[in-house]
Design a protein around this ligand. Structure first.
Ligand code: PMP
Length: 467
């Protein structure tokens, strides 16, 4: 049992603040029903949840009930796997029935430190116990500290915080437009258009969606932001020609495409974009929402290329599972942004930023990053050995721990079979790529185990599967 001590303010007699002890029982707080309300949390006993292997925090509901209730009360935007997860530790997840899964999804490349990392839990609990939210009307220390750290370990000079990846890209769009307006004070029409690439994913809000290549994500919501041209990822000539026209405010590119199917840019491609943008006065934006922060074995994916952007967007793993996004910019870009140009109520709050400091401090250690590279190579090698001989496997690719297994058929039956065998994996691309983005703390034994399950489940692809 986790015991949490809270100060309660009795609303009937406000002068009498009573310290009462509240127990967490069966996953619910029991608060005395005498008109008291919680005003401050004074002492939190931090321990790893004892519910980890028993799935106790399931509100007493079974999977079937939750799935049925979800179908009645949630807007139907998600085709979820029929698993109701209730707890996790390290790279293991547990459903409400207590079944254990090896997590190679990390909440879609989010839980880089796995589930319940003790340093992360401590950072969250301590900060929650001190100050959670203040809005950006005021200053707060964790926000400034996190920005200092991000600047110290990147190309950037300044940071703007958001709450998600799509919002980070939305901010980058606005910053690029403002930068161009600021750079063309002569009254001439500034460049306002954007370039994005095939297989790109930049988010679901109207601007970021306009930059996202999958037509069926965009078409039901048109008109999205106008002025976006999609070019073939890697086509240097086409990009150079379009950038030269002088109408391009910014080029958005993922150094490694995640959702699109785990495709890596070449150095020549990114270098050419850099040169063309410099020549034309366009900005180069690297979207590292999925591939950034250690996933490739480099702190930033672009470091492997030695090519640097004007703007980089981050999100997923930065706060270890809490919602955050960040836009890292050079001083030149920041100089164009003035008070009131952009903002957010929640972004950069003390709680998420303190969590992010714990994540960044761990991941940015050279030993940690070297471990990601080593484990990535080990895993890829093993996957090629074990799965490479299967006629459905076309390629195993990706740097570090962002690995794609391209199949000649739909990956869905394999995803389902793996889940039934206790392994959680994702798809990418047109559904024919298995995407493996485990917590970066995963052990070699766990990688062995994942490869074994994948191998065991591969025959399911022969059972009447078509792409
Ligand atoms: N950019 C990239 C590269 C992404 O992979 C994603 C999410 N898959 C996004 C942006 C959008 O992030 P979010 O879901 O946090 O809005």
């Amino acid at each position: 049992m986790t015991s949490i001590h809270l100060f309660l303010n009795n609303s009937i007699s406000p002068a009498t603040n009573l310290a009462r002890s509240i127990k967490l029982q069966n996953g619910r707080f029991s608060i005395p029903s005498n008109g008291s309300r919680v005003i401050a949390c004074a002492n939190v006993d931090v321990r790893p949840p004892d519910s980890v292997s028993s799935g106790k925090l399931g509100f007493g509901l079974g999977s079937k009930e939750v799935v049925e209730a979800e179908g009645r009360v949630l807007v139907g935007t998600y085709a979820r796997a029929p698993v109701v997860l209730s707890s996790g530790k390290g790279c293991k997840l547990y459903d409400v029935e207590g079944r254990e899964y090896l997590d190679m999804t990390s909440g879609i490349a989010v839980n880089a430190l796995g589930h319940g990392d003790p340093d992360w839990v401590r950072a969250v609990m301590e900060q929650a116990n001190t100050l959670t939210h203040v809005s950006n009307v005021f200053y707060s220390i964790p926000q400034v500290e996190l920005a200092k750290r991000l600047i110290a370990c990147s190309f950037s000079d300044r940071v703007f915080f958001t709450n998600s990846g799509t919002e980070a890209n939305e901010a980058a769009i606005k910053f690029a437009r403002k930068f161009q307006r600021f750079s063309h004070p002569d009254g001439k029409e500034p460049p306002i258009e954007f370039i994005s690439f095939t297989n790109s994913f930049h988010g679901r809000t109207m601007g970021a969606l306009a930059l996202t290549s999958k037509e069926h994500y965009r078409s039901p919501f048109e008109p999205v932001m106008p002025g976006v041209t999609f070019l073939e990822y890697g086509n240097i000539q086409a990009a150079r020609e379009l950038i030269q026209c002088g109408k391009i405010a910014a080029v958005f590119v993922e150094p490694i495409q995640g959702e699109g199917g785990i495709y890596s840019a070449t150095k020549e491609f990114l270098q050419s974009l850099r040169t063309a943008c410099d020549d034309a006065g366009s900005l180069l934006v690297f979207d590292e929402v999925q591939c950034g922060l250690g996933r490739t074995g480099y702190l930033w994916a672009h470091e492997a290329y030695g090519v640097f952007p004007d703007i980089m967007t981050l999100a997923k793993p930065l706060a270890g599972g809490l919602p955050i996004g960040a836009v890292l910019v050079t001083e030149r870009v920041a100089a164009a942004i003035k008070f009131g140009d952009h903002g957010s109520t929640f972004a950069g709050g003390p709680l998420v930023c303190n969590a992010a400091i714990a994540v960044l401090d761990k991941i940015s250690k050279p030993g940690f990053l070297a471990g990601v590279s080593r484990k990535g190579e080990y895993f890829k090698e093993m996957l090629m050995q074990k799965l490479g001989g299967n006629s459905h496997v076309r390629e195993v690719r990706g740097p570090g721990l962002i690995i794609g297994i391209e199949l000649d058929v739909s990956a869905s039956p394999l995803v389902d079979a793996c889940r039934n065998s206790g392994l959680l994996i994702l798809t990418a691309g047109k559904g024919n790529v298995v995407r493996l983005v485990p917590p970066l703390i995963i052990s070699e034994q766990e990688l062995d185990h994942a490869a074994e399950i994948l191998l065991k489940c591969l025959p399911v692809l022969d059972e009447g599967n078509s792409n």
